[in-house]
Ligand binder design. Structure first.
Ligand code: UDP
Length: 253
């Protein structure tokens, strides 16, 4: 069905031209990748869940005044978003050591950090998204010092919001990744949260049991990823009514 122009296809999403200038349609695929796309799978229902979950988080952010790209959900797998110029950085916020940080510093996963730590990776699949200091970012002109101050402020607001929302449903926000985009209102440039916020880009642990409810389930072969994401959606009250998994009891391996 050639109904619109594909602008970009990534690992988990496709961007199509939107109905009006300055808008795009973001389509959530069922594809999952890990370890710089060395591990791949199609996980039925993941795209539907992430579409809903990203809508939920972005709408919540809008409601507390954190600007982001979300306009409205269009259907089970698609949402209308503002077109942005993506800053080529993965902005990572960590509350507890895990993943690459735990490995790099020899810390046990789950070690609380003295304060939230914001770090940046340069988005380049061929290089494996290397960690970069702010010095590089400014020197290479990917963002200015003012942009970086604004990005850190945005990232910490997202962290406080997500931490609180997840705590309310018995989930610990260990870390997450966001991406930031530029938009122009006439000559005035603003930075807004873009891409997605979903269990694909967060580490979410059950507060009581420590059970992982995020993409590590796929990365580390810990069970059924759709069941884990369904559990997050169920707790947040954002289950799509017509996902078959939603009707099943939640047995997570
Ligand atoms: N993350 C992501 N995309 C990436 C790399 C990391 O969404 O390309 C997220 C990841 O899910 C985790 C956080 O960023 O919530 C920190 O990831 P980390 O640096 O520990 O890397 P990983 O161990 O996932 O390779």
């Amino acid at each position: 069905m050639a109904r619109r122009k594909k602008i970009y296809e990534g690992k988990a999403k496709i961007l199509y031209e939107g109905p009006e200038p300055g808008t795009l349609v973001q389509y959530f695929k069922d594809d999952a990748t890990a370890f710089n796309a060395e591990k791949r799978a199609t996980i039925e229902g993941k795209g539907v869940l992430n579409n809903r979950l990203s809508e939920f988080f972005m709408t919540g952010l809008s409601n507390i005044g954190v600007p982001n790209h979300f306009i409205k959900r269009l259907n089970m797998r698609e949402q209308l978003i503002r077109q942005v110029e993506i800053i080529p950085l993965e902005v990572i916020v960590r509350n507890f050591a895990a993943g690459s940080m735990a490995k790099r510093l020899g810390l046990e996963e789950g070690t609380p950090l003295p304060r939230p730590i914001v770090e940046f990776s340069y988005k380049d699949d061929a290089l494996g998204d290397p960690l970069v200091p702010e010095e590089y970012i400014i020197a290479f002109g990917w963002a200015s010092q003012q942009d970086m101050d604004d990005i850190v402020a945005l990232a910490l607001r997202v962290n406080d919001f997500l931490t609180g929302v997840m705590f309310g449903v018995g989930i610990k926000l260990v870390d997450f990744k966001i991406e930031i985009g530029r938009i122009w209102d006439n000559d005035y440039m603003r930075l807004i949260v873009a891409d997605e916020i979903s269990p694909d880009s967060c580490r979410l642990w059950d507060i009581e049991t420590g059970q992982k409810l995020d993409k590590d389930v796929f990365r580390r072969d810990l069970g059924n990823l759709t069941d884990a994401y369904t559990e997050v959606a169920r707790r947040l009250g954002v289950l799509p009514s017509n996902v078959t998994h939603a009707a099943k009891p939640h047995v997570i391996n």
